[in-house]
Design a protein around this ligand. Structure first.
Ligand code: ZN
Length: 205
């Protein structure tokens, strides 16, 4: 079971870390450069044994998907920011919108087809997801809905999409119930590492 939190760090990162500690489980944080006030939690999460991964510095689709060069310029900037916290540049990444996003076509035709190969040529691996809490579809969605969607997968390996932003307060509230559900089923909770399964969506641009 791979719990993944995109878009942090944020004012909720500490709360998420506390829940993970309480249940003694590990997770993965796909961070951006948009919450630098909270960057110390990148270091804290890493020191607690969670995985730190890259999600783009600006998270602005029109910038990161403007061109292949623009994407890597942004990714390098984020890599350096994270290096200041944990001492190295992570090689695990997640594309904004996932590799299957179609929004990027507005800015650069075919960019995802190039990027999925090029990131791997440059030593990165990208992770989409095969389960979705659906917390990206709105802020403060009902806890019951996030729990229902976040516990709906019965896959052997699960990579669950969640978000770490100030507005996603109900994600923090849903997290204990999601963890309890899968702990009861006997799942092991791990941060992404080199042996993790790599869920890849189909590329649509
Ligand atoms: Zn995101």
């Amino acid at each position: 079971m791979y719990l993944t939190f995109d878009d942090g760090p944020s004012e909720n990162t500490k709360k998420i870390l506390d829940v993970l500690d309480k249940y003694n489980v590990k997770a993965t944080f796909f961070v951006t450069g948009n919450g630098q006030k909270y960057n110390k939690y990148i270091k804290e999460a890493y020191e607690k044994g969670h995985t730190i991964a890259l999600h783009t510095y600006s998270h602005k689709y029109d910038e990161v998907y403007a061109s292949v060069d623009a994407y890597f310029k942004d990714l390098d900037k984020l890599g350096q920011m994270v290096k200041e916290q944990i001492g190295f540049v992570p090689k695990y990444i997640r594309f904004p919108g996932g590799s299957s996003n179609t929004t990027s076509a507005k800015y650069c035709k075919g960019i995802m087809s190039t990027l999925v190969t090029e990131v791997q040529n440059r030593g990165y691996q990208y992770y989409d997801w095969n389960a979705d809490s659906t917390d990206a579809q709105g802020n403060r969605r009902a806890v019951s809905l996030l729990v229902k969607n976040g516990t709906s997968s019965q896959a052997k390996n699960i990579n669950l999409l969640m978000h770490d932003t100030g507005a996603k307060t109900t994600t923090v509230e849903a997290l204990p119930k999601i963890i309890e559900h899968y702990q009861k089923l006997g799942y092991a909770f791990k941060g992404i590492d080199d042996t993790s399964f790599t869920p890849h969506h189909g590329v649509n641009n």
